[in-house]
Design a protein around this ligand. Structure first.
Ligand SMILES: [Zn+2]
Length: 105
């Protein structure tokens, strides 16, 4: 699945997106660093977990950049709920990545 290398969170703030083989914590799938404005995702996740993880980290980026406070439990619930919404409405077709949805490479 293709993932964009940069995502605009606000009109003034963008986050770079990169992929790593693994994190020091074995079960970490992604992270969002508001200081360096980076989203890092684990490579080779299946499409649904990859998209849900990407959405999860985007929610964190929006929390930071908009000053929204959401419990981590709610972020966990929202990531798969949003992934489901995109998929069930055909906004993310089989074989398409988030980059296609967002209209970027
Ligand atoms: Zn999180």
């Amino acid at each position: 699945m293709r993932i964009p290398t940069k995502v605009r969170i606000t009109s003034k703030r963008s986050y770079t997106v990169s992929l790593v083989e693994r994190f020091s914590e074995a079960n970490t799938m992604g992270l969002c660093d508001p200081v360096s404005r980076q989203i890092i995702l684990r490579k080779n996740l299946p499409p649904r977990p990859m998209l849900a993880t990407f959405i999860h980290e985007l929610i964190h980026a929006m929390e930071f950049e908009h000053g929204i406070e959401i419990s981590h439990r709610a972020v966990d619930q929202l990531d798969s709920a949003i992934e489901m919404l995109l998929r069930l409405n055909g906004w993310l077709k089989a074989g398409e990545g988030i980059a296609d949805l967002l209209g970027c490479d």
